[in-house]
Every structure is written in C-alpha cells, then in structure tokens.
Ligand binder design. Structure first.
Ligand SMILES: NC(=O)c1ccc[n+]([C@@H]2O[C@H](COP(=O)([O-])OP(=O)(O)OC[C@H]3O[C@@H](n4cnc5c(N)ncnc54)[C@H](OP(=O)(O)O)[C@@H]3O)[C@@H](O)[C@H]2O)c1
Length: 358
C-alpha cells in the first residue's frame, strides 16, 4: 500500500513536535514535507528547533525521530501541494486562518488551531465522540468550492470534558456542567508561559479559554441535522487555570443530570462505551478509551500521562453531588498534546481515511 504523503505545518512548535513523534513509522501516513514560519524556513529541523541560546528545544518525551532531523523546514509558499495528500496544521491560530484556507483549496487539512472551529459548515471533531458530524465536511467542500476541507480538533481543555460528558449526556441527560481546569504548561505553546511565571505558582486566568470550552462543548455534543449542527442543550460554566505541570490537563467537573446517576452506574456506562468505541483498532487508538478509577488518589498527571500512549482519558474521584437532585462530581485527566492535539489529530485522520474522506 502506498502511504499518504503528509505535511506538518507549524512543525517546530509544541504540537508540531508531537506530530513529528506521532507520525514516526506510521503505517498509513508518511511525512514528506514540513513547514513553519520565516524564522525557521530554510533550516534543517534540528537547527530550527534550537532556542536563541542554541540549545535543541525538544519538548516531547523521548528521542527526536531520525527521519526528521535533516529534513529542511519550508516556508508555506514553498510547499508543493501537488505532491501531498494531507496536511496537519499546528500553527498558531492567527496565522492559521490564511494558511489553512490556502491549503484546503487543494487538500484535506486536519487542524489543532481554532481558526475555523466556529464556522457553521465546520465540525469540531473528536474521533470516537462525534464521528457522525464528519458528514458536514462534504457541505463545507461544496460551500467553499474546495477540493479539500478543514477538520479542526477542539481546544485541548474541551477534549477531556467532552469525552467524559458524552456517555453521561446520552444515558442520563447532562443538563448543567461546572468545570475547573488545572492545565499544563505545554498547553500554552513553546513561548506560552515563562519559567518564573509558573514555578511555585498557579495562574488563575488563560485568555479566551473559557469561552472556547463553553462554545465547543455544546457544538461537539450537538446533532447534525439538515446540514447544520444544532448545539446540545447543555449549560457549561468553567474556570481555566494554569498549573506547574508539564503535560496533561486535570479538570474538576460537577454535572447535573436529568436522570438518577451514581458512581457505580457511571463506571458501568464508561465500561460499556469502552467496548463499542468507534475508533477501536485504529493505529493511534488506545486499548481503553476510558480508564475509570475507584482509588480516590487518581487521576494524577504523572501516573496517567502515558496510559494508552496518552490517548486514554482518565476519570476518578467520582461521587454523587448533593448540590443537585441528580448529578455527579468527578476529576478527569486528558493529555493535551496527545489526545488533546497532535496524536488526536492523527487519530482523526485515521478515522477519516477509513471513512474514505482522505
Ligand atoms: N499546546 C497545546 O497543548 C495545544 C493543544 C491544542 C491545540 N493547540 C493549538 O495548536 C496550535 C499550535 O500550538 P503550539 O502550542 O504548538 O504553538 P507553538 O509552540 O507556539 O508553535 C507555533 C508554530 O506555528 C508556527 N508559525 C507561527 N507563525 C507562523 C506563520 N506565519 N507561518 C507558518 N508557521 C507559523 C511556528 O513556527 P516558528 O517556530 O518558525 O515560529 C511554530 O511551528 C495553536 O493554534 C494552538 O492553539 C495547542
């Protein structure tokens, strides 16, 4: 089988580096071109990721894959789209809009940026959660007269919340959600927060994050009807904070449901979903989509981060919440750069490939 030829755009960034690792020896995709900003263009990858002091700044656990070290980083306008089948975009959101528009005219674009997330003909996709919304990509192609499309993932903080809410919404009718996040440093990108700012500290505000989580949760859990997504009837409130953890977001969630729910039925529900999850068996899918813990000392970022190769969402501290007639509180852990961005994007590409959309 010929592999699909892919480009990573924003390849030098935090998520871009994770793409490099997620695509190493991939059975279906081969990285043949890479691009970043003018700052990196023309350099060998290994030199492009050096920081101003000349130190190789590789933000991913493990070795830098050999295949990428000597590859030359291109400018966007140097990419040869005629030699590509697919683009992964990990560009900072402001620059992403023009770049993804240009790429989607010819190619499918799987994006981790927010540039297109809130457009009516653009689904925000989490493989395994709202696969049915991929049909909207056809409408998008027609509307825009593109050969390709833009398929964005959500913000990495939305990902864990929505993954854990989906079974609760379907089985128990989730009505209201309150969430407080404790987000990792790597979520801010390679120049997001300074060491002095985050060490021995908690930052109580992440610009624009809470609005994204509220909007995206309702859209992803919504229903595609007559070529449009009807938002889920669920009210979301959240407080997003940054904590001194390198990778992986932890979230404390309170959810009010229509039907009676208790921790045991929640556990059974997640176990049932594990058995029927649509992405099972895809190369980047975890063995278990959900990990449910009764041990009250879980989840902890250092223990959960590598579970399922960073693709498993962990749920723990599940208790009945007495504030509501029916409801639960729990904590979740989701890896922001694996399931929450690069590797989740590769999983999405695998799902779209299986559906014949790539
Ligand atoms: N970090 C996370 O956990 C996470 C999770 C989900 C989604 N996201 C989203 O994913 C995207 C990338 O995030 P990140 O954390 O990887 O950011 P980052 O570390 O700041 O990296 C940004 C990348 O974009 C490139 N870039 C910037 N301006 C460009 C331009 N005009 N043309 C081409 N390339 C350009 C940079 O290249 P240079 O190195 O050459 O400057 C770099 O490769 C963002 O939209 C972010 O919101 C991030």
């Amino acid at each position: 089988m010929d592999k699909k030829r892919v480009a990573i755009i924003g390849v030098t960034g935090s998520v871009g580096q994770e793409f490099v690792q997620s695509l190493e020896n991939h059975p279906w995709f081969e990285v043949t071109q890479i691009a970043a900003s003018e700052r990196s263009a023309g350099k060998k990858y290994l030199d492009a990721i050096r920081n101003p002091s000349g130190i190789v700044a590789w933000d991913v656990e493990g070795e830098i894959p050999e295949y990428i070290k000597e590859m030359t980083v291109k400018r966007i306008d140097e990419l040869d789209v005629s030699q590509l089948d697919l683009v992964f975009s990990a560009v900072e959101s402001e620059a992403a809009r023009a770049i993804e528009t240009q790429m989607a005219a010819d190619l499918p674009v799987i994006s981790t940026s927010s540039a297109y997330r809130y457009e009516d003909d653009v689904p925000i996709l989490i493989p395994g959660v709202n696969d049915a919304q991929t049909e909207l990509l056809e409408t998008q192609k027609k509307n825009r007269n593109w050969k390709g499309f833009v398929a964005p993932l959500p913000n990495c903080t939305t990902t864990g919340l929505v993954i854990t809410l989906k079974p609760l919404l379907e089985k128990y009718g989730a009505k209201k959600v309150m969430m407080t996040s404790m987000q990792a440093i790597s979520g801010g990108g390679k120049s997001g927060v300074s060491a002095m700012g985050i060490t021995d500290n908690i930052l109580p505000y992440i610009p624009k994050e809470e609005g994204k989580v509220r909007k995206e949760t309702r859209k992803i859990l919504g229903t595609l009807k007559d070529g449009k997504i009807e938002d889920a009837d669920i009210r979301v409130s959240c407080t997003c904070t940054r904590v001194p953890v390198i990778d992986g977001h932890t979230e404390s969630v309170f959810v009010e449901t229509e039907k009676e729910i208790d921790p045991l039925s929640a556990k059974d529900t997640y176990n049932e979903y594990n058995k029927t999850i649509s992405v099972a068996g895809l190369p980047s899918a975890p063995q278990e989509y959900y990990a449910f813990h009764e041990d009250p000392t879980r989840p902890q970022p250092r223990m959960e981060r590598s579970v399922g190769g960073g693709m498993t969402t962990t749920i723990g501290r599940v208790e009945k919440e007495e504030l509501f007639d029916h409801g639960l509180k729990y904590m979740l852990f989701s890896h922001n750069k694996k399931m929450g961005s690069a590797k989740g994007a590769v999983l999405l590409a695998e799902m779209l490939y299986k559906k014949g959309k790539i």
